[in-house]
Ligand binder design. Structure first.
Ligand code: GLC
Length: 521
Protein backbone atom coordinates (compact mmCIF):
# COMPACT_ATOMS: atom_id res chain seq x y z
CA UNK A 1 0.00 0.00 0.00
CA UNK A 2 1.47 3.34 -0.99
CA UNK A 3 1.82 6.24 1.44
CA UNK A 4 -0.11 9.44 0.84
CA UNK A 5 1.84 11.23 -1.88
CA UNK A 6 0.66 14.73 -1.20
CA UNK A 7 1.84 15.05 2.35
CA UNK A 8 5.09 16.83 1.62
CA UNK A 9 3.39 20.19 1.84
CA UNK A 10 3.82 22.93 -0.76
CA UNK A 11 4.61 25.49 1.99
CA UNK A 12 7.38 23.25 3.15
CA UNK A 13 8.82 23.18 -0.34
CA UNK A 14 9.26 26.92 -0.25
CA UNK A 15 11.05 26.90 3.09
CA UNK A 16 14.68 27.81 2.66
CA UNK A 17 17.48 26.52 4.84
CA UNK A 18 17.71 29.92 6.44
CA UNK A 19 14.05 29.63 7.43
CA UNK A 20 14.45 26.18 8.82
CA UNK A 21 14.75 27.39 12.42
CA UNK A 22 11.47 26.17 13.94
CA UNK A 23 8.91 28.75 14.98
CA UNK A 24 7.21 28.29 18.37
CA UNK A 25 4.02 26.90 16.86
CA UNK A 26 5.69 24.65 14.34
CA UNK A 27 7.50 21.85 16.17
CA UNK A 28 5.83 19.01 17.94
CA UNK A 29 8.59 18.95 20.53
CA UNK A 30 10.63 21.55 22.37
CA UNK A 31 13.57 22.54 20.23
CA UNK A 32 16.69 24.62 20.40
CA UNK A 33 17.11 27.54 18.08
CA UNK A 34 20.21 26.80 16.11
CA UNK A 35 22.62 28.23 13.60
CA UNK A 36 22.96 26.50 10.28
CA UNK A 37 26.68 26.27 9.88
CA UNK A 38 28.19 24.20 12.65
CA UNK A 39 30.61 26.28 14.69
CA UNK A 40 34.30 25.60 14.93
CA UNK A 41 35.21 23.60 18.01
CA UNK A 42 35.51 25.78 21.05
CA UNK A 43 33.35 28.60 19.67
CA UNK A 44 29.74 27.53 19.81
CA UNK A 45 27.08 30.15 19.09
CA UNK A 46 25.77 31.57 22.35
CA UNK A 47 22.33 29.97 22.33
CA UNK A 48 23.64 26.51 21.65
CA UNK A 49 26.42 27.09 24.17
CA UNK A 50 23.89 28.09 26.83
CA UNK A 51 21.76 25.09 26.13
CA UNK A 52 24.64 22.62 25.94
CA UNK A 53 26.04 24.09 29.17
CA UNK A 54 22.83 23.01 30.88
CA UNK A 55 22.89 19.65 29.08
CA UNK A 56 26.39 19.10 30.31
CA UNK A 57 25.31 19.81 33.91
CA UNK A 58 22.46 17.33 33.54
CA UNK A 59 24.83 14.78 32.19
CA UNK A 60 27.30 15.33 35.04
CA UNK A 61 24.76 14.95 37.79
CA UNK A 62 23.27 11.88 36.15
CA UNK A 63 26.63 10.34 35.42
CA UNK A 64 27.81 10.88 38.99
CA UNK A 65 24.66 9.22 40.18
CA UNK A 66 25.34 6.31 37.88
CA UNK A 67 28.95 6.22 38.91
CA UNK A 68 28.24 5.90 42.58
CA UNK A 69 25.51 3.39 42.06
CA UNK A 70 27.71 1.18 39.92
CA UNK A 71 30.89 -0.75 40.52
CA UNK A 72 32.69 1.01 37.72
CA UNK A 73 35.23 3.56 38.93
CA UNK A 74 36.16 6.71 37.17
CA UNK A 75 39.75 7.05 36.09
CA UNK A 76 40.62 10.66 37.05
CA UNK A 77 43.23 10.98 34.29
CA UNK A 78 40.67 10.19 31.67
CA UNK A 79 38.11 12.55 33.15
CA UNK A 80 39.10 15.74 31.40
CA UNK A 81 39.25 14.16 28.00
CA UNK A 82 35.93 12.44 28.53
CA UNK A 83 34.42 15.69 29.66
CA UNK A 84 35.51 17.43 26.47
CA UNK A 85 34.20 14.62 24.31
CA UNK A 86 30.86 14.62 26.10
CA UNK A 87 30.59 18.38 25.57
CA UNK A 88 31.37 17.96 21.87
CA UNK A 89 28.91 15.11 21.50
CA UNK A 90 26.11 16.99 23.21
CA UNK A 91 26.84 19.97 21.03
CA UNK A 92 26.68 17.90 17.85
CA UNK A 93 23.28 16.48 18.79
CA UNK A 94 21.94 19.95 19.63
CA UNK A 95 23.37 21.36 16.39
CA UNK A 96 21.84 18.58 14.32
CA UNK A 97 18.49 18.81 16.11
CA UNK A 98 15.75 19.98 13.75
CA UNK A 99 12.92 19.83 16.26
CA UNK A 100 12.04 16.33 17.45
CA UNK A 101 14.46 14.67 15.07
CA UNK A 102 18.19 14.76 14.51
CA UNK A 103 19.74 14.90 11.05
CA UNK A 104 22.75 12.57 10.67
CA UNK A 105 24.93 15.43 9.42
CA UNK A 106 24.27 18.95 8.18
CA UNK A 107 24.24 19.12 4.36
CA UNK A 108 25.23 15.53 3.58
CA UNK A 109 22.16 13.97 5.24
CA UNK A 110 19.62 16.72 5.89
CA UNK A 111 16.52 14.64 6.78
CA UNK A 112 15.57 12.05 9.37
CA UNK A 113 17.25 8.71 8.68
CA UNK A 114 15.66 5.69 10.28
CA UNK A 115 18.35 3.70 12.07
CA UNK A 116 20.42 6.82 12.67
CA UNK A 117 17.57 8.31 14.67
CA UNK A 118 16.96 5.17 16.66
CA UNK A 119 20.64 5.02 17.58
CA UNK A 120 20.79 8.71 18.28
CA UNK A 121 17.93 8.43 20.77
CA UNK A 122 20.26 6.44 23.05
CA UNK A 123 22.66 9.40 22.98
CA UNK A 124 19.94 11.91 23.85
CA UNK A 125 18.85 9.65 26.71
CA UNK A 126 22.08 10.34 28.54
CA UNK A 127 21.21 13.99 29.16
CA UNK A 128 17.62 14.65 27.97
CA UNK A 129 15.18 11.79 28.28
CA UNK A 130 12.18 13.61 26.88
CA UNK A 131 14.09 14.54 23.78
CA UNK A 132 15.24 10.93 23.41
CA UNK A 133 11.64 9.68 23.31
CA UNK A 134 10.72 12.46 20.88
CA UNK A 135 13.29 11.12 18.42
CA UNK A 136 11.50 7.77 18.29
CA UNK A 137 8.07 9.37 18.18
CA UNK A 138 9.01 11.47 15.18
CA UNK A 139 10.44 8.42 13.46
CA UNK A 140 7.07 6.69 13.71
CA UNK A 141 5.04 9.77 12.84
CA UNK A 142 5.38 8.97 9.13
CA UNK A 143 4.84 5.23 9.44
CA UNK A 144 3.01 3.85 6.41
CA UNK A 145 -0.46 2.39 6.73
CA UNK A 146 0.96 -1.09 6.11
CA UNK A 147 3.45 -0.74 8.98
CA UNK A 148 6.60 0.17 7.08
CA UNK A 149 8.85 2.80 8.59
CA UNK A 150 10.79 4.34 5.73
CA UNK A 151 14.55 4.76 5.54
CA UNK A 152 14.15 8.54 5.24
CA UNK A 153 11.49 10.96 6.51
CA UNK A 154 11.64 14.14 4.42
CA UNK A 155 10.35 16.33 7.21
CA UNK A 156 11.64 19.74 6.17
CA UNK A 157 12.79 20.89 2.78
CA UNK A 158 16.43 20.63 1.80
CA UNK A 159 18.09 20.51 -1.62
CA UNK A 160 21.47 19.27 -0.41
CA UNK A 161 20.68 15.56 -0.80
CA UNK A 162 19.93 13.36 -3.79
CA UNK A 163 17.58 11.52 -4.29
CA UNK A 164 15.19 13.76 -2.40
CA UNK A 165 11.40 13.75 -2.02
CA UNK A 166 10.66 14.76 -5.61
CA UNK A 167 12.54 11.71 -6.91
CA UNK A 168 10.91 9.24 -4.54
CA UNK A 169 7.58 10.84 -5.38
CA UNK A 170 7.18 13.14 -8.35
CA UNK A 171 8.15 16.80 -8.76
CA UNK A 172 4.44 17.70 -8.58
CA UNK A 173 3.82 15.50 -5.57
CA UNK A 174 6.99 15.07 -3.60
CA UNK A 175 6.91 12.08 -1.34
CA UNK A 176 6.94 12.47 2.41
CA UNK A 177 9.28 9.50 2.85
CA UNK A 178 11.49 7.19 0.84
CA UNK A 179 9.83 3.98 -0.39
CA UNK A 180 12.04 1.40 1.35
CA UNK A 181 13.03 0.69 4.94
CA UNK A 182 16.21 0.42 7.03
CA UNK A 183 17.48 -1.79 9.90
CA UNK A 184 14.78 -1.89 12.60
CA UNK A 185 16.79 -0.58 15.55
CA UNK A 186 13.86 1.21 17.24
CA UNK A 187 12.74 -1.58 19.60
CA UNK A 188 16.32 -1.99 20.82
CA UNK A 189 16.46 1.70 21.61
CA UNK A 190 13.02 1.77 23.20
CA UNK A 191 14.09 -0.96 25.60
CA UNK A 192 17.40 0.81 26.24
CA UNK A 193 15.57 4.05 27.07
CA UNK A 194 12.97 2.23 29.15
CA UNK A 195 15.48 0.27 31.21
CA UNK A 196 17.65 3.27 31.96
CA UNK A 197 14.85 5.79 32.43
CA UNK A 198 14.95 8.08 35.44
CA UNK A 199 11.43 9.19 34.59
CA UNK A 200 9.67 5.84 34.79
CA UNK A 201 6.18 7.25 34.25
CA UNK A 202 7.22 8.95 31.06
CA UNK A 203 8.98 5.81 29.88
CA UNK A 204 5.97 3.62 30.54
CA UNK A 205 3.65 6.02 28.70
CA UNK A 206 5.98 6.30 25.72
CA UNK A 207 6.49 2.56 25.43
CA UNK A 208 2.72 2.01 25.56
CA UNK A 209 2.37 4.36 22.60
CA UNK A 210 5.30 3.04 20.64
CA UNK A 211 4.77 -0.67 21.16
CA UNK A 212 1.96 -1.23 18.62
CA UNK A 213 3.82 0.83 16.04
CA UNK A 214 7.03 -1.14 16.47
CA UNK A 215 5.10 -4.39 16.34
CA UNK A 216 3.39 -3.31 13.11
CA UNK A 217 6.78 -2.51 11.62
CA UNK A 218 8.24 -5.92 12.51
CA UNK A 219 5.12 -7.56 11.05
CA UNK A 220 5.71 -5.57 7.90
CA UNK A 221 9.23 -6.98 7.59
CA UNK A 222 7.90 -10.52 7.66
CA UNK A 223 4.95 -9.86 5.38
CA UNK A 224 6.70 -7.71 2.79
CA UNK A 225 10.22 -9.10 2.90
CA UNK A 226 9.69 -12.75 3.85
CA UNK A 227 6.50 -13.86 2.11
CA UNK A 228 8.08 -17.28 1.55
CA UNK A 229 8.55 -17.74 5.30
CA UNK A 230 12.26 -18.43 5.42
CA UNK A 231 12.49 -16.97 8.93
CA UNK A 232 14.93 -14.31 7.67
CA UNK A 233 13.96 -11.26 5.65
CA UNK A 234 15.21 -9.91 2.33
CA UNK A 235 16.50 -6.49 1.46
CA UNK A 236 15.51 -5.29 -1.98
CA UNK A 237 17.84 -2.30 -2.12
CA UNK A 238 21.36 -1.83 -0.70
CA UNK A 239 20.07 1.30 1.09
CA UNK A 240 17.70 -0.95 3.00
CA UNK A 241 20.63 -2.71 4.67
CA UNK A 242 22.22 0.47 6.01
CA UNK A 243 25.56 -0.82 4.65
CA UNK A 244 24.85 0.73 1.24
CA UNK A 245 28.02 -0.09 -0.61
CA UNK A 246 28.94 -3.46 0.86
CA UNK A 247 30.76 -5.94 -1.41
CA UNK A 248 28.36 -8.59 -0.03
CA UNK A 249 26.07 -7.83 -2.96
CA UNK A 250 28.60 -7.06 -5.69
CA UNK A 251 27.42 -10.14 -7.61
CA UNK A 252 23.75 -9.50 -6.94
CA UNK A 253 24.16 -5.93 -8.21
CA UNK A 254 25.14 -7.07 -11.69
CA UNK A 255 21.61 -6.69 -13.05
CA UNK A 256 21.21 -4.40 -16.09
CA UNK A 257 20.96 -0.65 -15.54
CA UNK A 258 17.71 0.89 -16.76
CA UNK A 259 18.59 2.28 -20.26
CA UNK A 260 16.02 5.02 -19.72
CA UNK A 261 17.36 6.16 -16.39
CA UNK A 262 16.66 9.91 -16.17
CA UNK A 263 19.82 12.03 -15.92
CA UNK A 264 20.68 13.03 -12.37
CA UNK A 265 23.17 15.06 -10.37
CA UNK A 266 24.59 13.57 -7.19
CA UNK A 267 24.86 15.84 -4.19
CA UNK A 268 26.99 13.64 -1.94
CA UNK A 269 30.12 14.46 -3.94
CA UNK A 270 29.82 18.14 -3.07
CA UNK A 271 30.15 17.22 0.62
CA UNK A 272 32.60 14.30 0.61
CA UNK A 273 35.60 13.24 -1.47
CA UNK A 274 34.65 10.82 -4.29
CA UNK A 275 37.24 8.26 -3.10
CA UNK A 276 35.06 7.70 -0.03
CA UNK A 277 31.74 7.37 -1.87
CA UNK A 278 30.06 4.77 -4.12
CA UNK A 279 30.89 4.90 -7.85
CA UNK A 280 28.62 6.22 -10.64
CA UNK A 281 27.92 2.67 -11.78
CA UNK A 282 26.74 1.78 -8.27
CA UNK A 283 24.52 4.87 -8.17
CA UNK A 284 23.02 3.93 -11.56
CA UNK A 285 22.08 0.58 -10.04
CA UNK A 286 20.63 2.22 -6.92
CA UNK A 287 18.44 4.43 -9.11
CA UNK A 288 17.44 1.63 -11.44
CA UNK A 289 15.95 -0.10 -8.41
CA UNK A 290 14.33 3.07 -7.11
CA UNK A 291 12.55 3.84 -10.41
CA UNK A 292 11.50 0.22 -10.83
CA UNK A 293 9.95 0.18 -7.36
CA UNK A 294 8.25 3.53 -7.93
CA UNK A 295 6.66 2.22 -11.13
CA UNK A 296 5.26 -0.72 -9.16
CA UNK A 297 2.31 1.25 -7.79
CA UNK A 298 4.52 3.47 -5.71
CA UNK A 299 6.48 0.85 -3.80
CA UNK A 300 3.67 -1.65 -3.31
CA UNK A 301 5.38 -4.12 -0.95
CA UNK A 302 3.30 -7.04 -2.18
CA UNK A 303 4.85 -6.63 -5.62
CA UNK A 304 8.35 -5.51 -4.79
CA UNK A 305 9.62 -8.78 -3.37
CA UNK A 306 8.71 -10.57 -6.60
CA UNK A 307 9.84 -8.00 -9.15
CA UNK A 308 13.07 -6.74 -7.61
CA UNK A 309 16.22 -7.74 -9.53
CA UNK A 310 18.06 -7.57 -6.18
CA UNK A 311 16.96 -9.77 -3.29
CA UNK A 312 19.50 -10.50 -0.61
CA UNK A 313 19.29 -11.93 2.90
CA UNK A 314 21.36 -9.29 4.62
CA UNK A 315 23.19 -9.93 7.89
CA UNK A 316 22.88 -6.40 9.21
CA UNK A 317 19.09 -6.16 8.87
CA UNK A 318 18.49 -9.71 10.03
CA UNK A 319 20.76 -9.53 13.08
CA UNK A 320 19.19 -6.26 14.13
CA UNK A 321 15.67 -7.54 13.48
CA UNK A 322 16.41 -10.63 15.54
CA UNK A 323 17.87 -8.60 18.39
CA UNK A 324 15.02 -6.10 18.15
CA UNK A 325 12.54 -8.99 18.37
CA UNK A 326 14.16 -10.06 21.64
CA UNK A 327 13.80 -6.52 22.94
CA UNK A 328 10.27 -6.13 21.64
CA UNK A 329 9.37 -9.36 23.41
CA UNK A 330 10.89 -8.03 26.60
CA UNK A 331 8.77 -4.88 26.27
CA UNK A 332 5.68 -6.99 25.51
CA UNK A 333 6.26 -8.84 28.78
CA UNK A 334 6.56 -5.56 30.70
CA UNK A 335 3.27 -4.43 29.21
CA UNK A 336 1.55 -7.77 29.85
CA UNK A 337 0.88 -8.42 26.16
CA UNK A 338 0.64 -12.20 26.01
CA UNK A 339 -0.57 -12.77 22.45
CA UNK A 340 2.04 -10.43 21.06
CA UNK A 341 4.72 -12.18 23.11
CA UNK A 342 3.79 -15.48 21.51
CA UNK A 343 3.82 -13.95 18.03
CA UNK A 344 7.31 -12.52 18.58
CA UNK A 345 8.56 -15.84 19.96
CA UNK A 346 7.46 -17.49 16.74
CA UNK A 347 9.58 -15.02 14.78
CA UNK A 348 12.54 -15.79 17.03
CA UNK A 349 12.12 -19.54 16.62
CA UNK A 350 11.89 -19.20 12.83
CA UNK A 351 14.89 -16.85 12.92
CA UNK A 352 17.09 -19.47 14.59
CA UNK A 353 16.33 -21.79 11.66
CA UNK A 354 16.72 -19.06 9.04
CA UNK A 355 20.14 -18.02 10.28
CA UNK A 356 21.44 -21.57 9.77
CA UNK A 357 21.20 -20.97 6.01
CA UNK A 358 23.65 -18.09 6.37
CA UNK A 359 26.40 -19.99 8.20
CA UNK A 360 29.45 -20.81 6.08
CA UNK A 361 31.11 -23.61 8.04
CA UNK A 362 34.28 -23.61 5.98
CA UNK A 363 34.86 -19.89 6.43
CA UNK A 364 33.65 -19.92 10.05
CA UNK A 365 31.56 -16.86 9.25
CA UNK A 366 28.00 -15.83 8.57
CA UNK A 367 27.44 -14.63 5.00
CA UNK A 368 24.76 -12.68 3.19
CA UNK A 369 22.79 -14.77 0.71
CA UNK A 370 21.63 -13.86 -2.76
CA UNK A 371 18.05 -15.15 -2.65
CA UNK A 372 17.75 -15.17 -6.44
CA UNK A 373 20.73 -17.47 -7.09
CA UNK A 374 20.76 -19.07 -3.63
CA UNK A 375 24.52 -18.40 -3.35
CA UNK A 376 26.23 -17.19 -0.20
CA UNK A 377 28.23 -14.02 -0.80
CA UNK A 378 31.98 -14.48 -1.03
CA UNK A 379 32.75 -11.38 1.06
CA UNK A 380 33.34 -11.52 4.81
CA UNK A 381 31.86 -8.30 6.18
CA UNK A 382 31.65 -6.77 9.67
CA UNK A 383 27.95 -7.69 9.83
CA UNK A 384 29.15 -11.33 9.97
CA UNK A 385 29.78 -10.69 13.68
CA UNK A 386 26.38 -9.15 14.38
CA UNK A 387 24.69 -12.52 15.02
CA UNK A 388 26.63 -12.36 18.31
CA UNK A 389 24.75 -9.19 19.14
CA UNK A 390 21.52 -10.88 18.10
CA UNK A 391 22.34 -13.89 20.27
CA UNK A 392 21.56 -16.27 17.43
CA UNK A 393 25.02 -17.89 17.10
CA UNK A 394 25.85 -21.07 19.03
CA UNK A 395 28.89 -21.12 21.37
CA UNK A 396 30.82 -23.08 18.71
CA UNK A 397 29.91 -20.61 16.00
CA UNK A 398 30.91 -17.76 18.31
CA UNK A 399 34.35 -19.33 18.80
CA UNK A 400 34.88 -19.52 15.04
CA UNK A 401 33.71 -15.95 14.58
CA UNK A 402 36.15 -14.80 17.22
CA UNK A 403 38.99 -16.64 15.50
CA UNK A 404 38.19 -14.79 12.28
CA UNK A 405 37.78 -11.47 14.01
CA UNK A 406 41.17 -11.81 15.71
CA UNK A 407 42.81 -12.55 12.39
CA UNK A 408 41.17 -9.51 10.80
CA UNK A 409 42.28 -7.32 13.68
CA UNK A 410 45.87 -8.48 13.37
CA UNK A 411 45.91 -6.82 9.92
CA UNK A 412 44.60 -3.39 10.93
CA UNK A 413 45.31 -0.86 13.64
CA UNK A 414 41.72 -0.09 14.59
CA UNK A 415 38.77 -2.44 15.03
CA UNK A 416 36.46 -3.39 13.26
CA UNK A 417 36.99 -3.01 9.49
CA UNK A 418 33.78 -3.33 7.50
CA UNK A 419 35.42 -5.82 5.12
CA UNK A 420 37.92 -8.62 5.74
CA UNK A 421 41.29 -6.85 5.24
CA UNK A 422 42.55 -9.89 3.31
CA UNK A 423 39.83 -9.43 0.68
CA UNK A 424 41.30 -7.91 -2.52
CA UNK A 425 38.38 -5.45 -2.57
CA UNK A 426 39.37 -4.08 0.85
CA UNK A 427 39.65 -0.29 0.61
CA UNK A 428 40.35 1.62 3.80
CA UNK A 429 38.42 4.71 2.65
CA UNK A 430 35.55 3.40 0.52
CA UNK A 431 32.06 3.40 1.95
CA UNK A 432 31.36 0.06 3.68
CA UNK A 433 34.29 -1.61 1.90
CA UNK A 434 36.88 -1.27 4.65
CA UNK A 435 36.35 1.63 7.08
CA UNK A 436 35.20 1.37 10.70
CA UNK A 437 31.76 2.48 11.94
CA UNK A 438 31.33 3.07 15.66
CA UNK A 439 27.73 1.88 15.71
CA UNK A 440 28.82 -1.50 14.34
CA UNK A 441 31.67 -1.60 16.86
CA UNK A 442 29.18 -0.99 19.65
CA UNK A 443 27.01 -3.89 18.53
CA UNK A 444 29.91 -6.29 17.99
CA UNK A 445 31.51 -5.38 21.29
CA UNK A 446 28.24 -5.94 23.14
CA UNK A 447 27.74 -9.24 21.35
CA UNK A 448 31.22 -10.41 22.34
CA UNK A 449 30.51 -9.60 25.98
CA UNK A 450 27.36 -11.67 25.93
CA UNK A 451 29.38 -14.63 24.75
CA UNK A 452 32.10 -14.03 27.36
CA UNK A 453 34.83 -12.54 25.16
CA UNK A 454 35.49 -9.60 27.46
CA UNK A 455 39.02 -8.86 26.35
CA UNK A 456 38.14 -8.59 22.70
CA UNK A 457 35.07 -6.53 23.57
CA UNK A 458 37.32 -4.15 25.52
CA UNK A 459 39.77 -3.86 22.64
CA UNK A 460 36.95 -2.76 20.33
CA UNK A 461 35.73 -0.21 22.84
CA UNK A 462 39.26 1.08 23.42
CA UNK A 463 39.91 1.42 19.70
CA UNK A 464 36.64 3.30 19.30
CA UNK A 465 37.63 5.75 22.03
CA UNK A 466 40.99 6.31 20.38
CA UNK A 467 39.39 6.92 17.01
CA UNK A 468 37.14 9.68 18.29
CA UNK A 469 40.00 11.18 20.32
CA UNK A 470 42.18 11.24 17.27
CA UNK A 471 39.77 12.18 14.52
CA UNK A 472 36.66 13.63 16.19
CA UNK A 473 33.03 12.72 15.64
CA UNK A 474 33.37 11.64 12.03
CA UNK A 475 30.97 9.43 10.09
CA UNK A 476 33.48 6.56 9.84
CA UNK A 477 37.21 5.92 10.20
CA UNK A 478 40.19 4.51 8.34
CA UNK A 479 41.12 1.24 10.11
CA UNK A 480 44.78 1.52 9.13
CA UNK A 481 45.54 5.15 10.02
CA UNK A 482 42.65 6.13 12.28
CA UNK A 483 41.88 9.15 10.08
CA UNK A 484 38.30 10.40 10.04
CA UNK A 485 36.25 9.90 6.85
CA UNK A 486 32.93 10.96 5.34
CA UNK A 487 30.71 13.47 7.13
CA UNK A 488 31.79 15.60 10.08
CA UNK A 489 29.99 16.28 13.36
CA UNK A 490 28.07 13.11 12.81
CA UNK A 491 25.10 12.39 15.04
CA UNK A 492 25.37 8.65 15.52
CA UNK A 493 29.06 8.86 16.34
CA UNK A 494 28.23 11.53 18.95
CA UNK A 495 25.45 9.32 20.32
CA UNK A 496 27.83 6.39 20.61
CA UNK A 497 30.27 8.56 22.57
CA UNK A 498 27.51 9.50 24.97
CA UNK A 499 25.82 6.17 25.37
CA UNK A 500 28.80 3.91 25.27
CA UNK A 501 32.28 5.30 25.23
CA UNK A 502 32.37 7.74 28.11
CA UNK A 503 32.67 5.69 31.20
CA UNK A 504 30.86 7.92 33.65
CA UNK A 505 28.09 8.38 31.13
CA UNK A 506 28.06 4.82 29.91
CA UNK A 507 24.71 3.41 30.77
CA UNK A 508 25.73 -0.19 30.91
CA UNK A 509 26.97 -2.40 28.15
CA UNK A 510 23.53 -2.81 26.71
CA UNK A 511 20.84 -4.88 28.29
CA UNK A 512 21.03 -8.59 28.58
CA UNK A 513 19.70 -10.84 25.90
CA UNK A 514 16.53 -12.69 26.62
CA UNK A 515 14.25 -14.80 24.52
CA UNK A 516 13.07 -18.30 23.93
CA UNK A 517 15.13 -21.36 23.23
CA UNK A 518 18.65 -20.06 23.68
CA UNK A 519 18.78 -18.12 26.91
CA UNK A 520 22.03 -16.29 27.21
CA UNK A 521 21.29 -14.64 30.53
C1 GLC B 1 24.56 6.33 4.60
C2 GLC B 1 24.72 5.04 5.39
C3 GLC B 1 23.40 4.71 6.04
C4 GLC B 1 22.98 5.86 6.94
C5 GLC B 1 22.96 7.18 6.16
C6 GLC B 1 22.77 8.38 7.07
O1 GLC B 1 23.65 6.23 3.58
O2 GLC B 1 25.18 4.01 4.56
O3 GLC B 1 23.51 3.53 6.79
O4 GLC B 1 21.74 5.62 7.49
O5 GLC B 1 24.18 7.35 5.51
O6 GLC B 1 23.77 8.41 8.05
Amino acid sequence: MAPPQDTFQKEEMSVTMADAIPTPSEPRYPVTKRTLSPPARGSPPTEVALKTGQDHKNWRSRSLHRLFSSTEHLNPDAQLEEDARVRDSIQVLRMNDRGGYTVPAEGLYPFQWNWDSAIVSAGWAVFDEERAWAELETLFSDQWADGMVASINFIKFSDTYFPGPEIWGTPEKPSKTSGISQPPVAAMSARFLFEHAENQDLAKAKVEELFPKMLAWHRWWYKARDPEKKGVVAILHPWESGMDNSPAWDEAMKFPIDPELPPYVRRDLTHVNASMRPTKDTYDHYLTLLYKFKKAHFYDPDQLYWISPLRVTDLCVNSILFRANRDLRWLALQLGKEEETTEIEQWLDAGFEGFNMLWDEEAGLYKCQDQITGKLADAGISAAFLPLFAGVASKEQAAKLVENLERWLSKVKYAVPSLNPEDPRFDQLQYWRGPVWLIINWMISNGLRHYGYEELADRIKQDSIELTNKAGLREYFDPLTGDGCGGRQFSWTAAMCLAWLDRPAAIGIGHKLSGPKKQLE
